[in-house]
Design a protein around this ligand. Structure first.
Ligand SMILES: [Zn+2]
Ligand SMILES: [Zn+2]
Length: 205
């Protein structure tokens, strides 16, 4: 159990272990995502988004995103998570109810990973590492994760203004039948060609 803060806004924040259970493993990226949530909760007064009250736009598709899904309820299926694969540890959060938003960007000064880890990582992930090196890498990783989780989130992220416009609400369509394959398809995603609906995969053929 990690004591993050004694402030009221963190009382209902999901435990890091719940994010680990969803993600499948513990890692520095997941911890980074967890801390982004912590800071967003603090700055915007967010709570878990059961529907689309909270929206997140990420600029990475890394492990970080899974923590956001678990902790804030911005999920792939609800239309309140938008993933841009731009390779940046940056996350914009929006509250629909009061139109407030924030963009958190990983602080470059914080991102200087332990040089020993940086050296071991390519070896470990290419399968070229010895068992001793693998064990060392795991030990260092766990130390790094603990360090992240116990560090004030303000040190890890620069707080900026969100620049991307808040996306609209998720659209919900009725189904129609594709005139080519005969499968059901959401009406808004099946353009009408010669008076008949055609699904996107059939259009591509
Ligand atoms: Zn991971
Ligand atoms: Zn079709």
């Amino acid at each position: 159990m990690i004591i993050i803060s004694d402030k009221a806004y963190n009382i209902n924040m999901k435990d890091f272990n719940e994010a680990v259970a969803f993600h499948g493993h513990t890692c520095g990226g997941l911890a980074m995502g967890y801390k982004a949530c912590e800071l967003a909760i603090e700055k915007l007064g967010l709570s878990f988004s059961e529907d689309e009250e909270v929206v997140c736009i990420t600029e990475t598709d890394s492990c970080t995103v899974d923590a956001i899904q678990v902790v804030l309820g911005c999920t792939a299926g609800k239309g309140n998570l938008f993933i841009n694969n731009w390779g940046k540890n940056a996350f914009s959060f929006y509250r629909r109810d009061n139109d407030t938003s924030i963009r958190l960007v990983a602080n470059p000064e914080f991102m200087n990973v332990n040089p020993e880890m940086a050296e071991l990582r390519p070896k470990v992930f290419s399968g070229a590492a010895t068992q001793e090196e693998i064990d060392r890498f795991h030990t260092l990783s766990h130390m790094w994760i603990d360090e992240i989780l116990n560090m004030p989130a303000e040190k890890m992220y620069l707080v900026k203004e969100a620049t991307e416009p808040l996306p609209g609400h998720a659209r919900i369509y009725n189904n129609v039948t594709c005139s080519v394959c005969g499968e059901q398809v959401a009406e808004g995603l099946a353009p009408v060609i010669d008076g008949k609906h055609v699904c996107i995969p059939c259009l591509r053929k």
